[in-house]
Design a protein around this ligand. Structure first.
Ligand code: SAM
Ligand code: SF4
Length: 330
C-alpha cells in the first residue's frame, strides 16, 4: 500500500518545506524587519532532529523536500544534512532555495549531494538597489553564486524575484533578459503580508502578476507552458528561448485549491498553511525519549485534520500572520 498524506479536502500532500535556520545574512525589506531577534539555540532543531523530521515526513508520504530558511547555506554543517536527507529511502527529490550569497562556495557540493534543481532569489541587477532591498546583500557575490550554480550543472535553476511597485518593477524585463541570457528560469512573486514591517506599505507596493505578464507578453509574446514544478507558479514559455517564466500570485490568483504542501519551521512547528497558524509541535515529540518514528508518522498523518482549505491574505489590514517569512520557511 503506497504511503499517502491526504487532507480533509482530498488533496494529496507530498511536498514539505523544511526550514533549517531562521537566521540570514540579508534583511530583505519584504521578509524581515531591520532589527530582528532570532531564536535562541536551544529552541532550534539540531541537524539530527531535522534529519529525524525529514525521515518521518518521507515515511508519511512526502516525496519532495525543499530546504529553506532564513538562509539555509549559513547553517553550520548544512552539507551533512543535505547528504543525509538526499539518501532517505522514498524521497524523490531534494531541492533548496537560497539567496545565493554562499553559492559559489557550495554549488558544486550541493550538486554532488544529489540536489538537481535549485532556486536562487534575486530582486535587482543594480548594485545599489539590490543593497537597498536586501539591506545587507552584495549583488556581485550573488551573481558569482548564480554562475557557480550554472557551472555545477544543475538540471534546473530558477530565479525568484519579489516585485514591489516603484521599487523594482522597472527591472522586470532586465531580470527576464538576464535569465534568458543564462538559459535559466525565473518566477516573479507577489509580496505576501507575513510579519509586521514598517519599511513600506504593502498595499502601495503591491504589483500584480497580471500587470507583469501583460508587460512581458507585449515584449516577448508568452505562450502557456506545460512546465509543472509541484509549486504554485504558473509557467509560460518565450519564443526562441529555453527560459520559462513563472508567476506566483498568492493575491491575484489564489492557488490554495491545488495545495500539496506543508512547512516545518526550524523550531519544529509543522505549519499546515502559509497564511494560517494551524500547526502541531514536532519538537516536543522529537525531544520525548518515548516517541519513535512510528509516533511521529501518526502525528504527521493526524495533522491533516487541521490543514485549512485556504489562506485569506488582505493587504489592507494589519497582517494576521505575525511570523516573518524567514521564520516560516519560504
Ligand atoms: N533565504 C533564501 C532566499 O531568499 O531564497 C530562502 C528563504 S526566503 C524566505 C524564500 C523565498 O521567500 C525568497 O524567494 C523570498 O524572496 C521569498 N519571500 C520572503 N518574504 C516574502 C514575502 N513577504 N512575500 C513573498 N515572498 C517572500
Ligand atoms: Fe534572508 Fe531570504 Fe528573507 Fe531575504 S528573503 S531576508 S535572503 S530569508
Amino acid at each position: 500500500m503506497p504511503k499517502k498524506l491526504i487532507d480533509t479536502f482530498g488533496r494529496e500532500i507530498n511536498y514539505a518545506r523544511l526550514s533549517v535556520t531562521d537566521r540570514c545574512d540579508f534583511r530583505c525589506v519584504y521578509c524581515m524587519a531591520e532589527e530582528m531577534t532570532f531564536l535562541p539555540k536551544a529552541d532550534i532543531l539540531s541537524l539530527e532532529e531535522l534529519l529525524t523530521t525529514a525521515k518521518a515526513l518521507v515515511d508519511s508520504g512526502i516525496k519532495k523536500i525543499r530546504l529553506t530558511g532564513g538562509e539555509p547555506l549559513i547553517r553550520n554543517n548544512i552539507m551533512w544534512l543535505v547528504e543525509a536527507i538526499s539518501e532517505l529511502d522514498g524521497l524523490e527529490e531534494l531541492t533548496l532555495t537560497t539567496n545565493g550569497s554562499h553559492l559559489s562556495q557550495y554549488a558544486e557540493q550541493l550538486r554532488c549531494h544529489g540536489i538537481k534543481r535549485i532556486n536562487i532569489s534575486i530582486d535587482s541587477l543594480q548594485a545599489d538597489k539590490f543593497k537597498s532591498i536586501t539591506r545587507t546583500g552584495n549583488l556581485q557575490k550573488v551573481l558569482e553564486g548564480i554562475d557557480a550554480a550554472i557551472d555545477a550543472g544543475f538540471e534546473s535553476i530558477k530565479l525568484n524575484s519579489v516585485i514591489l511597485k516603484n521599487r523594482n518593477d522597472d527591472e522586470v524585463l532586465s531580470l527576464l533578459d538576464f535569465a534568458r541570457q543564462k538559459n535559466i528560469d525565473i518566477a516573479f512573486i507577489e509580496e505576501m503580508p507575513l510579519g509586521n514591517i514598517i519599511e513600506h506599505n504593502r498595499l502601495l507596493s503591491f504589483c500584480s502578476s497580471d500587470e507583469l505578464r501583460k508587460m512581458i507578453d507585449q515584449e516577448y509574446g508568452l505562450k502557456p507552458s506545460q512546465k509543472k514544478t509541484n509549486g504554485p507558479a504558473n509557467y509560460f514559455s518565450l519564443a526562441n528561448s529555453k527560459t520559462h517564466v513563472g508567476f506566483i500570485s498568492p493575491h491575484s490568483h489564489n492557488f490554495c485549491g491545488d495545495c500539496n504542501r506543508i512547512r516545518v519551521t526550524v523550531e519544529g512547528r509543522l505549519l499546515l498553511c502559509l497564511g494560517n497558524e494551524n500547526a502541531i509541535d514536532l519538537r516536543e515529540l522529537l525531544r520525548d525519549p518515548k516517541i519513535n518514528n512510528a509516533a511521529l508518522i501518526t502525528a504527521i498523518k493526524d495533522s491533516m485534520l487541521i490543514k485549512p482549505e485556504r489562506h485569506y491574505f488582505d493587504l489592507s489590514e494589519e497582517p494576521e500572520i505575525v511570523r516573518f517569512m524567514n521564520a516560516t520557511g519560504g
